[in-house]
Design a protein around this ligand. Structure first.
Ligand code: AMP
Ligand code: MG
Length: 494
């Protein structure tokens, strides 16, 4: 078995807390469960990046680290308060897969519509077969044949049988069907008298109801079959079809505009230029939007200027239900996303106690006609962007599609590799969950856990969670893993 590399211990040269106060790693690496212990004031020295409220203190002081950074749950709750279910629309049935039904589906008729045969065989009156057995078949005349889709020529007359195919309506007067296997049909065929066959030997007795599907056995006329709010999985799509529905009303899929920011970005398909990188975020995020049922609209690349981003946004704001940008949310010189949010909308939060993806912007942008369009500003690092989208963008799509907030399905697995937590954030470690020969689920690292290494997401099927107050999880410990590729409603909640 191929084992992944150990989780990398990548202590950054200068760690910061709160609004950018640097502290030495020695103060943030702590033993299990004391992550939130007070830090010494002397550990914190102001630096140029410090963007604190004014007037400012002239001596180093402690920042309210916990108040400034939101937990994943707090951030998600705040973000979701900006979203609600979108309008219902009439959609072609097949396009409604995984959408949420916005109407009750009540059966206008019985399904199946008539009593019919569950087997290819002979419709009989069971009382005609008393004493039938393999050694003494009861021979009866065959009145006629009824095929699926046809109606019987007439009722079954006692003392005769009707040849009947699966799904064909039962003639009146018949109360059971005997399958071909329990007749001498095969022997007669072998003798070549199939066409001339006007009687049949039946080798088994029957009880009333044998091999008959009653009218309305699956769905009775007037029954509420699928309630509004049901997620249309393939079986439900089939049921809607069996009720004759070519279209259904379902909550609209959100249009999610995706704008990448960064002077370094090129579009995949373009020839490679020195010093540039391909815009992978737009594609990984668009794929996630699609996976969760939304309609992604890759809306190009903005340069690292306020004007360029505003220009890109103008087009997206007209049609999108949500705007997702990547990069430009940290503290670098060219990080303009939050400036645009502040200028053309309102910032709701930024900074979440998670790794990867601490810097995060969320707010609303002013769209045409006073419309406030929610904007999720993802970090630029490709893994951070995906993990942040998984935690926040995914939930927003579910809410807009009428599914409510669906928690990610999790499994418990045994770690093959340790997970380090340097600075009291919740760690989402990329892992491959696999079933060991003893049947136990185990989780091994996908290798480097750098937030720039997108292969760590590509190879992973889950995100192993190291809680924020645990500084290290050892190999052999049980860990909770959010499964990336499982649908959220894989198990009902009760
Ligand atoms: P930033 O948030 O702008 O500081 O970007 C953080 C890192 O993510 C940098 O290494 C960027 O080059 C990289 N990055 C930003 N946007 C993208 C993108 N769309 N696709 C791939 N990498 C990106
Ligand atoms: Mg940048």
């Amino acid at each position: 078995m191929v084992r992944g590399k150990r989780f990398e211990k990548t202590v950054s040269p200068r760690l910061t807390v709160g609004n950018g106060w640097p502290v030495s790693p020695r103060h943030v690496i702590c033993s299990r469960r004391n992550m939130l212990a007070p830090r010494t004031l002397s550990a914190m020295t102001p630096d140029k990046q410090h963007e604190h409220s004014k007037p400012h203190h002239d001596r180093p002081h402690r920042h309210h680290y916990d108040a400034e950074m939101l937990s994943v749950e707090e951030a998600r709750e705040r973000i979701l308060s900006y979203f609600s279910r979108l309008d219902p629309v009439e959609v072609d049935l097949i396009d409604a897969l995984d959408m949420v039904l916005a109407e009750d589906l009540v059966a206008p008729f019985d399904v199946p519509p008539l009593p019919n045969s569950a087997m290819d065989g002979y419709a009989v009156l069971s009382s005609d077969l008393v004493g039938a057995s393999a050694s003494s078949a009861v021979e009866l005349p065959v009145a006629f044949t009824v095929a699926a889709g046809a109606l019987p020529e007439g009722p079954l007359v006692a003392g005769s049988v009707v040849r009947i195919m699966t799904g064909a309506p039962l003639p009146q007067g018949a109360d059971a069907v005997v399958p071909f296997e329990d007749t001498d049909e095969l022997e007669r065929r072998a003798k070549g008298d199939v066409d001339a066959q006007d009687s049949i030997g039946i080798k088994l007795t029957a009880k009333p109801g044998d091999n008959i599907r009653a009218a309305g056995e699956d769905i009775a006329k007037g029954e509420m079959v699928l309630k509004a709010g049901t997620r249309l999985r393939p079986g439900a799509i089939g049921v809607a079809a069996s009720l004759g529905r070519g279209t259904v009303r379902a909550y609209r899929r959100p249009v999610v505009a995706i704008i990448s920011t960064g002077d370094e970005l090129m579009t995949p398909g373009e020839p490679h230029q020195p010093g540039k990188i391909y815009n992978s975020n737009a594609y990984s995020i668009a794929a996630e939007v699609k996976r969760y049922g939304g309609i992604p609209k890759i809306s190009g690349i903005a340069k690292d200027t306020i004007e360029s981003l505003q220009e890109r946004l103008a087009g997206a704001l007209a049609t999108a239900d949500m705007i997702v940008t990547s990069a430009g949310v940290s503290k670098g010189d060219y990080d303009v996303v939050k400036d645009v949010l502040a200028k053309n909308g309102a910032i709701a939060l930024w900074s979440v106690r998670m790794r990867p993806a601490k810097p995060l912007a969320f707010g609303t942008l002013n769209g045409p006609g006073g419309r406030k369009v929610p904007h999720l500003g993802l970090p630029g690092n490709p893994v951070s962007a995906m993990v942040a989208f998984e935690q926040f963008g995914r939930a927003a799509i579910h809410v807009m599609m009428g599914r409510g907030e669906l928690p990610k399905p999790t499994v418990q697995a045994i770690l093959d590799d340790p997970v380090n937590n340097f600075d009291g954030r919740r760690v989402y470690a990329r892992v491959i969950v696999y079933q060991a020969p003893d049947g136990v689920l185990r989780a091994r690292s996908t290798g480097t856990q750098s937030s720039g290494a997108l292969t760590s997401m590509a190879f992973a099927n889950g995100l192993a969670i190291c809680p924020d107050d645990v500084s290290k999880m050892e190999a052999g410990e049980t860990v909770t893993v959010e499964m990336l590729d499982w649908p959220e409603d894989v198990f009902p909640h009760r």
